[in-house]
Ligand binder design. Structure first.
Ligand SMILES: *Cc1c(COP(=O)(O)O)cnc(C)c1O
Length: 404
């Protein structure tokens, strides 16, 4: 069993700022609640009993470590050495459960009875409903009505697990509106409720909490690369970014290693010129969204715009403050992959390696066509989730059928 150190290696200051991004922009009423959360987090994450329970559940329940798979097929195709970090093989099918378990353990220790969460693709909702069932907590999941429609299998899973799914009709009826509804429900009943945020977004300390619980990904990558190649550090790590949690986790132990290229892939949707996009770094500007200052897609009047991507998990008009900061400081390279490129990359992996990736993860794979590598480079791609939930989209997309 691996012991995950969960140390703080983030470039975050005591007010929760990553460079000029981050902070905690919340209603007055939530300030003491956020302070209580931060205090509890700092206490328990340093507590050996908490750490042991986290390590044990990740191993026995989630199935960690997830494999680091060398794809000889992709390596031949792209003329470099490509490894896939198989987060798709986690219990519930994505990386989200790494963080959901950590926060739910925190909720139990803080004496909370009920967990609320927002979800886009439904993956975080399923992960949250799962850990709530495991730990005997009541669970309510806020989900945009559009996503309820697109991700129906995940809605059924959450209900079977005993969670209540609350469909949110406002705005574009997607993830961003679900976050607003969850924040409002939290502010209405903060003493009883634990708000389990699913990505590295929201007010401080959430981006830090989520990134530290997801740091198990890069901790394992280092151990596995060492065993497979003799080296701990890859030359390049690629991850898709919705809010940035699988990217934060995959980049985590390499943040301070400038020789490791960090590539974050945004969802272009129909293209960044089209306004139907979710590329908040490439097409957005600094603004406050869901409690933190970050890169946000905005309307001409300055309000957050509605994001669009074929992938529900990337369909969000902001990004976590860590990724916004890494982009601003040129520590991370930002690549945009649009809907069609992601679909083509999904079919490519399915046909070459027998792995059906989530549409989100397909954006990371699409970046292989958009950057150059040396033959000896070790490139690790975060395969954040599996594509079962996206089968209707894959099969109903005519251009892919013709290509295939
Ligand atoms: C939710 C999700 C994402 C996007 O969220 P991040 O916080 O940016 O990682 C990516 N991949 C999968 C499979 C997801 O479920």
């Amino acid at each position: 069993m691996i012991h995950y150190p969960l140390d703080n290696l983030l470039p975050v200051d005591s007010d929760g700022f990553y460079g000029s991004f981050g902070g905690a922009y919340v209603p007055e009423k939530l300030l003491p609640i956020i302070r209580e959360l931060e205090e509890a987090f700092r206490r328990y994450i340093a507590d050996p009993a908490f750490q042991t329970e986290y390590d044990r559940l990740l191993h026995e329940y989630v199935g960690r470590p997830t494999p680091l798979y060398f794809s000889s097929s992709l390596s031949n195709q792209y003329g470099t050495k490509i490894f896939l970090k198989r987060e798709d093989l986690n219990h519930t099918g994505a990386h989200k459960i790494n963080n959901a378990i950590g926060q739910a353990l925190l909720a139990v220790r803080m004496g909370k009875k009920k967990i609320i969460a927002e979800t886009g693709a439904g993956q975080h909702g399923v992960a949250t409903a799962t850990v709530a069932a495991l730990l005997g907590l009541e669970c309510e999941i806020f989900m945009g009505a559009e996503d309820v429609r697109r991700q129906h299998p995940n809605v059924m899973r959450m209900e079977m697990l005993g969670a209540k799914v609350i469909s949110v009709d406002s705005g574009s009826a997607t993830l961003s509106n679900a976050v607003d509804a969850a924040l409002a429900a939290w502010a209405a009943n903060p003493d009883e409720t634990f708000y389990l945020i699913g990505s590295a977004v929201g007010p401080h300390p959430y981006p830090e909490i989520v990134s530290r619980f997801q740091s198990v990904i890069s901790h394992e990558i280092r151990l596995q690369l060492k065993e497979l190649t003799g080296r701990e550090n890859p030359d390049c790590i690629i991850a898709c970014i919705g809010g940035g949690s699988n990217a934060s986790g995959a980049f985590y132990h390499f943040l301070e290693k400038p020789e490791v290229r960090l590539i974050a892939v945004e969802a272009g949707g129909h293209g960044i010129e089209s306004r139907e996009t979710a590329a908040s770094i490439s097409a957005g500007k600094p603004a406050i969204l869901h409690g933190s200052k970050t890169m946000v897609l905005t309307c001409p009047d300055g309000k957050p715009a509605e994001a669009y991507s074929i992938s529900s998990g990337l369909d969000y008009p902001g990004v976590g403050p860590l990724i916004a900061c890494l982009a601003q400081q040129n520590r991370a390279e930002i690549i945009v992959a649009d809907d069609n490129e992601a679909l083509a990359a999904a079919y490519n992996l399915a046909r070459r390696d027998g792995i059906i990736p989530a549409l989100e993860s397909s954006h990371a794979l699409a970046a292989l066509d958009k950057t150059k590598f040396r033959p000896d480079d070790i490139v690790v791609i975060s395969l954040s989730g599996r594509g079962d939930k996206d089968m209707d989209t894959f099969l109903s997309y005519p251009p892919c059928r013709e290509d295939a």
